[in-house]
Design a binder for this molecule. Structure first.
Ligand code: 3HC
Length: 287
């Protein structure tokens, strides 16, 4: 297996919110980064998001203008999965659909050197099932970042059925090299983070739908009452309602009725109101 000390180039699959955030923190940490998405416009919008986020970090003195320029010089966008042959570790952050993730991992397995670790940023899907699409299941691990990646300190390391201890150790070390702190979860639905977070969000949506309180009072109540930075409805808008629905459906499928997604969550997603990213969720973000 290619060790932590040998990592120079990081491959990231997916240039969306999580992918571009991961690419950004890796480039800022000094790695050369290849960020791949399927369409040039997705790659461009990922690079724009990195530019915007780095500018915010310059504005609040977290990094200097030179560190921003250097990080951007280390980051290359591409639509060519074949370029990831140059990577010493790969992190996949594509959509939360098992069939798509398995296809990506089968392709990565063919393209990337045999000794390279393949990580997935999946929020709830089984690492073991994703790994089964490769001939290197022992080198597949979950590296679950939190949104917004450049700001959130935590990364969840998830061990699949076949993940070796050396690969798990590499995942912790690599996340720490990106300036993050880690915790570890077994490959169980939702892991630690979303198994606990998603029912909280889902119950907030149900409370709103069932008229317990206004959405503002549900969020205010949880913020003032439990000291969290965002209430369940604003956090759902922040994460994306489609992602909340995918995650909650996985929990429901695997763990039963207590995790059934709220009716209103389905209705919002069906209406295309996915939260901040579409300008409309539980709250309005136009302008
Ligand atoms: N890039 C760079 N900097 C950013 C940023 C980004 N994407 N987003 C926010 N910031 C910076 C801002 O510039 C600001 O800096 P300053 O205070 O020095 O000016 C600072 O972070 C705080 O941002 P804001 O003032 O805009 O807003 P808040 O104080 O409300 O903080 C927040 C925003 C950090 C998102 C905070 O509300 C928060 O921590 N919310 C909870 C987020 C959370 O729980 N994330 C995890 C979700 S679960 C998940 O991701 C797992 C998945 O599987 C679903």
């Amino acid at each position: 297996m290619r060790g932590f000390e040998e990592i120079e180039t990081v491959g990231v699959v997916g240039a969306g919110t999580m992918g571009n955030g991961i690419a950004q923190v890796a480039a800022t940490a000094g790695y050369d980064v290849l960020m791949r998405d399927i369409e040039p416009e997705y790659v461009e919008s990922g690079l724009d998001a990195v530019d915007e986020s780095l500018s915010r970090l310059v504005a609040n003195d977290t990094i200097t203008e030179t560190e921003k320029t250097d990080a951007q010089a280390r980051l290359t966008g591409t639509t060519d999965l074949g370029r990831l042959a140059e990577a010493d570790v790969v992190i996949e952050a594509a959509v939360e659909k098992m069939d798509i993730k398995q296809d990506i991992f089968a392709d990565l397995d063919a393209v990337v050197d045999d000794d390279v670790v393949l990580a997935t940023n999946t929020s709830t899907l089984s690492i073991t099932t994703i790994a089964a699409a490769t001939d290197r299941a022992q080198q597949v691990v979950g590296l679950h970042f939190m949104n917004p990646v450049p700001v959130m300190k935590g990364v969840e390391v998830v061990t699949g059925e076949k993940t070796t201890d050396a690969v798990t150790d590499l995942a912790h070390e690599f996340a720490e090299a990106l300036g993050k702190e880690t915790w570890e979860s077994d490959d169980k639905p939702g892991f630690v983070s979303n198994r606990i977070l998603m029912p909280w969000i889902n119950e907030g949506i149900r409370a709103f739908d069932e008229g317990v309180a206004t959405k503002e009072d549900i969020d205010r109540g949880m913020k003032l009452g439990t000291n969290v930075p965002m209430g369940p409805l604003e956090l759902a808008d922040h994460i994306g309602l489609d992602i909340c629905l995918d995650a909650t459906e996985t929990l429901h499928e695997e763990l039963g009725d207590r995790y059934k997604p709220a009716y209103l969550l389905h209705r919002k997603v069906d209406a295309g109101d996915l939260g901040k990213k579409t300008g409309e969720g539980f709250y309005s973000y136009e302008g």
